[in-house]
Every structure is written in structure tokens, then in C-alpha cells.
Design a protein around this ligand. Structure first.
Ligand code: UD1
Length: 420
């Protein structure tokens, strides 16, 4: 199993490019299930999660063509011969986001059988809201033998209210509603930029959607959708992760092919920590002080501070001047990186969903284990500032969500090597 060897102490400087957003690409690729016409996507990141989803779509009868070389980020999906609306446990267990096929399959085929994702490292993460929404739209849903089995001749527009803000829940129901009979209103909808990117793609395919980006989304169902070409938005979490890495190392970097547009909450905190951040049209520059000042954070749905940036901020607080309180309100078990950071010498105390981080002068390199995607990112940041060598085990988690991580870090002057 691959490991990452990081020799700490290098200040990150220079420039690297940000990839397309994983969390936008996953639902948007699923949108191709809604039409018989081919759909082409560009700026699709080359990540394990994307590979998993494309294999799942192929199993269902979707023709997948992927560009190579300079066109590696281009994917064309043709779901004209979609004949097997089933997502097996084998596929769903490796990637929870596979549940995103449920809504489009029911809408297009009148039937879907999708494995329940089960628990994952960061919490229980049920899909009851996805199911409740489809039921409200008239689907018969049975949960049996570990599978969600949904059937309906044609979904009917309905007023939907989710008990909590759910990103993939909103996306699933929005996709399902595109082909439903009549109008659907999703209240308490997620406002994440990835929901808006999906809505833009669906509108380009002929869907009638308004309100994406607010907490009330209206979808007027149409008979059919058509093909289109859509460019995936830049990855705001990848962007934020490199900004944190540069901030922690006292660096000065420029990230291209991205934008600060969806990163207000993160950039505000980096500025509070003492960094200068300058937004350009398609780039962001950050210059960090020699030592950061601690910043407290509380995760919440967009536009507040994202849970997917919580671990990275724990790493920067670990070496900042002062003490910080980190509150995680989205997932119940998302502090697993704390014990690994402690192995590097961080001073962190956990009490329920709150972490108290007292910054230390320096961390020391050690062997640590990646436990989930963003937890792994926090260990990379800590490894970059630790004295000596840090070995991160189980980096397949990083490969799920960070494209060419070692290459991009090397562009910025980090000393990082993958060990097979
Ligand atoms: C998405 C993101 C993930 C991010 C998360 C929160 C993708 C592919 N993944 O995950 O990176 O960390 O949003 O911003 O976009 N919940 C229920 N029942 C449901 C649905 C959700 O109880 O039916 C709970 C979850 O357990 C969690 C909370 O609602 O506590 C929010 O989860 P949700 O927004 O659905 O996360 P994901 O969409 O899975």
C-alpha cells in the first residue's frame, strides 16, 4: 500500500493549478443518466472516486469515453442503452457518493436498486432524506437485503422539506425532479456551489430549475433532457487545502485555474490568522507570516465554514501562536486526525464535537495513518511543517480526492515522495 514520505521544513513558494471539483463532478456525471443523448464534461479531475463512479455507470450500461493526454479531463457519457439500474454493495461501499445514481435512475428508468452505503469513518451518514424525498414524489421504496429498491411509473412533483441540510440529498432530489410530472419545490436545500454547478449543467440539458444557491429550489419537470457540454467548476476544498499548506509553512503561493468566489469563510479565517490573500480573476495569491495566529472555527453548511476544511485548520492551529476552539457540527466523528496530529507533537484535547488546540512551536516527524480524505490532508500539512521525516500510511484516501498531490506539492517546493 502506497505511503507518502514528507521531509518537513520547506517553505511553500511558487505556483500550481487547481483541478476540477470532485464534489461537483460526482453528481454532474450522474446527471448523464437522465438523458439518451451523449453528454460531455470537461475539467473532470482524475481521482479514484471518479474512476469508481465511471465503473459503476459502465456496469449500468452507460458508454464511457475518456480523453487522454491533454484531454484527460474530458469525459463523454452516453446513457442511451442504460439497461441495468443497479448499484451493488461492492461499488457503493468504496464510495458513499454512489447514492447519487438513485434519483436519476428512478426518474429515467422508473426503477433503481442501490445498495445502502452503510457507515463510514466520519459518521453514520444515513440516506433517509433521499428516500423520504423520493417517496413524497410517489416512489414506492423498500429497503431490503441492504438495498434501496425504488419503483414508480413516473415521479410526481411535490413539496419536499429535508430535516437537515444535505448536499447529496439536495442533488439527488433535484436530479429526480427534472423528469417528474409537475413542479417540485425543495425547501431547506443545500446552498453549496456544487449544487449550483449541477443545476447549471441540468439547465443546459433542458431542465427548468430556479433558486439553486438559495435554500428553496424549484424544478418544473420536463418530458426529456438532451445532451450538452459542461465544464466542472474548480475544487474549492483543494484550493483551501493548498492555501492552508502554504500558510502553515510561512509560504507565498499563487493558485491558478481557481477562484476565491466560494471560499469567503476560509479566506476570512486565513486572513485572521495573519495571511495576506489577494484574489485575481482566475487565481488566488497567499502570503503567510512567519508564524500564524490561532483561529477558532465552527463548521456549518455553506456559506459558513466547510466541514471539509476542518481538519486542515486543525493542522494549522497546531503550530499557530495561541489557542483555538474547533467545533464540528456536521459529522459526529470527524476528529480522527487529532490523535495522529498528537503523534506529531500537537497539543489537542477533544471533548465531544469540540477540539481545543494549543499551538506548539514545532511538530516532529513520525509515522502516521490517514483515516479519511480530509484527515489525510491535515497530516500532509502537519508533515510539511514538522521537523524531520513524516511517513503517512494509507494514502489511498488522498488519491480519492487530490489529483497529482505530490506533483503539485513539488511544484510549490515541498520535499515529498510516494513510497510503493
Ligand atoms: C457532502 C460532500 C462531503 C461533505 C458533506 C458536508 C459530496 C460527494 N460529499 O456529503 O464532502 O463533507 O457534503 O458538506 O458532495 N444526513 C442524514 N440523512 C440523510 C442525509 C444526510 O442524516 O439522508 C446527515 C449526515 O449524516 C450529516 C449531515 O446530514 O450529518 C450532512 O450530510 P450531507 O450534506 O448529506 O453530506 P454528503 O452529501 O454525504
Amino acid at each position: 500500500m502506497d505511503k507518502l514520505l514528507i521531509e518537513g521544513g520547506a517553505r511553500l513558494t511558487g505556483e500550481t493549478a487547481i483541478s476540477g471539483a470532485k464534489n461537483a463532478a460526482l453528481p454532474i456525471l450522474c446527471a448523464a443518466l437522465l438523458t439518451r443523448e451523449p453528454v460531455t464534461f470537461t475539467n473532470v479531475p482524475q481521482l479514484n472516486d471518479i474512476g469508481t463512479l465511471l465503473r459503476l455507470l459502465a456496469q449500468m450500461g452507460v458508454k464511457v469515453s475518456r480523453g487522454s493526454g491533454d484531454d484527460a479531463g474530458t469525459v463523454t457519457l452516453d446513457a442511451s442503452e442504460l439497461d441495468n439500474p443497479v448499484a451493488t454493495y461492492e461499488m457503493v461501499k468504496t464510495m458513499r457518493a454512489s447514492i447519487l445514481v438513485l434519483g436519476p435512475l428512478v426518474a429515467r428508468c422508473g426503477e433503481a436498486k442501490v445498495s445502502l452505503p452503510g457507515g463510514c469513518a466520519i459518521g453514520a451518514r444515513p440516506v433517509d432524506q433521499h428516500i423520504k424525498g423520493l417517496q413524497a414524489m410517489g416512489a414506492q421504496v423498500a429497503v431490503e437485503h441492504g438495498y434501496v429498491h425504488a419503483q414508480v411509473p413516473r415521479l410526481k412533483g411535490a413539496r419536499l422539506f429535508t430535516d437537515m441540510v444535505t448536499v447529496t440529498g439536495t442533488e439527488n432530489l433535484m436530479m429526480a425532479a427534472c423528469l417528474a410530472d409537475g413542479e417540485t419545490v425543495i425547501e431547506n436545500a443545500a446552498r453549496e456551489p456544487e449544487v449550483v454547478d449541477l443545476a447549471n449543467c441540468l439547465v443546459a440539458m433542458g431542465a427548468r430549475i430556479s433558486g439553486a444557491g438559495t435554500d428553496v429550489i424549484r424544478i418544473r419537470g420536463v418530458e426529456r433532457l438532451s445532451g450538452t457540454t459542461h465544464r466542472i467548476m474548480p475544487d474549492r476544498i483543494e484550493t483551501g487545502t493548498y492555501l492552508c499548506a502554504a500558510a502553515a509553512t510561512g509560504g507565498e503561493i499563487r493558485l491558478t485555474r481557481t477562484s476565491s468566489a466560494y471560499l469567503d469563510a476560509v479566506i476570512d479565517k486565513l486572513m485572521d490568522a495573519g495571511c495576506d490573500v489577494v484574489s485575481e480573476r482566475d487565481a488566488i495569491r497567499l502570503k503567510a507570516p512567519q508564524r500564524l495566529t490561532s483561529v477558532s472555527i465552527r463548521t456549518s453548511p455553506y456559506p459558513a465554514f466547510p466541514t471539509d476544511m476542518q481538519a486542515q485548520f486543525m493542522a494549522i492551529n497546531a503550530v499557530a501562536n495561541g489557542a483555538a476552539v474547533i467545533r464540528e457540527t456536521i459529522f459526529e466523528n470527524r476528529f480522527m486526525h487529532a490523535v495522529e496530529l498528537q503523534r506529531l507533537g500537537a497539543d489537542i484535547r477533544i471533548d465531544g464535537n469540540t477540539a481545543m488546540v494549543q499551538g506548539v512551536e514545532r511538530l516532529q516527524g513520525a509515522t502516521v495513518m490517514a483515516t479519511d480524505l480530509r484527515a489525510s490532508a491535515s497530516l500532509v500539512i502537519a508533515g510539511l511543517v514538522a521537523e524531520g521525516e513524516t511517513v503517512i500510511e494509507r494514502i489511498y484516501h488522498l488519491d480519492r480526492g487530490y489529483e497529482r498531490l505530490e506533483q503539485k506539492l513539488a511544484d510549490l517546493g515541498a520535499r515529498v515522495r510516494r513510497l510503493a
